[in-house]
Write a protein that binds this ligand. Structure first.
Ligand SMILES: NC(=O)c1ccc[n+]([C@@H]2O[C@H](COP(=O)([O-])OP(=O)(O)OC[C@H]3O[C@@H](n4cnc5c(N)ncnc54)[C@H](OP(=O)(O)O)[C@@H]3O)[C@@H](O)[C@H]2O)c1
Length: 256
């Protein structure tokens, strides 16, 4: 099926790199007008060359409260709509046990990874989607399904983002669908420490699909959720090469 988004406008947070750029490119290739946002203007400008199509940027820090309104107004001004919102940008300022996380880093993770997706969805709803309909896609993580030695705080908010997806889907239907993607390990700068060098090969060897993810894998899923999936809302698509279902850590059966 050739999925198209002609005539639609998408706003992708964190669209200047990694997964967000992969999603923005998939949308632009499918004919959408695409607005990306991230903190650094020069990074956004460079990304537009790869994204191509009818794309533009407004530099913004999604955790700052006044920014949602400014960027969503700017998108409507530039392209006339916000039909698709992808809450993709996230941060991880703390690596270590949750029990040791200090309040400033806890607050920062909350502000960028959870409060911003809610606030940006509220603003898109108020300014466009309530009247005109639309689709929201939140980018969570397989970490939201599990515990973790070093990423516990990050994973907690990724789990909460999946719940937010269900809650908002229940509230915003039938005009607006809200879905989520939980990626496994994707080869981006954000996750480089997890896949660079021999560790990456060890991980891909453990996966049923024997390779790490690429931003394009998530772009494909986001295109499906926005251009098709018309009877799907409140759901999370796990795109992880089989990480969550791999056979691991099982006690051997007793003989006989
Ligand atoms: N990579 C993985 O393995 C993986 C796995 C599961 C889930 N995820 C999730 O996927 C999403 C994207 O991750 P990624 O790996 O693509 O990261 P990435 O390569 O580091 O890209 C992050 C993007 O977000 C922007 N950004 C960061 N903080 C921002 C802020 N406060 N305001 C606005 N923009 C901001 C960055 O640009 P600027 O520096 O210009 O702001 C960049 O465009 C995140 O939600 C992450 O949790 C990633």
């Amino acid at each position: 099926m050739d999925l198209r988004l002609d005539g639609k406008t998408a706003l992708v947070t964190g669209g200047s790199a990694g997964i967000g750029k992969g999603i923005a490119k998939a949308f632009a290739d499918a004919g959408a007008q695409v607005m990306i946002t991230s903190r650094k203007a020069e990074k956004c400008e460079a990304a537009l060359v790869d994204i191509g199509g009818d794309s533009d940027y407004i530099a913004s820090h999604i955790g700052q409260l006044e920014e949602a309104e400014r960027v969503i107004d700017g998108t409507i001004e530039r392209f006339g709509a916000v039909d698709i919102l992808v809450n993709n940008a996230a941060t991880n300022p703390w690596a270590g046990p949750m029990i040791d996380c200090d309040v400033p880093r806890l607050d920062k993770t909350y502000e960028v990874n959870l409060r911003a997706p809610l606030q940006w969805t509220q603003t898109a709803w108020q300014k466009w989607m309530q009247e005109n309909g639309g689709s929201v896609i939140n980018i969570s993580s397989v970490g939201g399904f599990t515990t973790s030695e070093a990423l516990g705080v990050y994973c907690m908010f990724k789990d909460a983002l999946m719940h937010m997806t269900r809650q908002l889907a229940a509230e915003l239907g039938p005009k607006v669908r809200v879905n989520c993607i939980a990626p496994g390990l994707i080869r981006t700068d954000f996750a480089k420490v997890l896949w660079d060098g021999p560790r990456g090969k060890m991980i891909s060897d453990m996966l049923p699909l024997r390779r790490l993810g690429e931003p394009e894998d998530i772009g494909e899923a986001a295109l499906y959720l926005s251009a098709s999936a018309s009877w799907m809302t409140g759901n999370t698509l796990t795109i992880d090469g089989g990480e969550l279902i791999r056979i691991a850590g099982e006690l051997p059966l007793e003989d006989g």
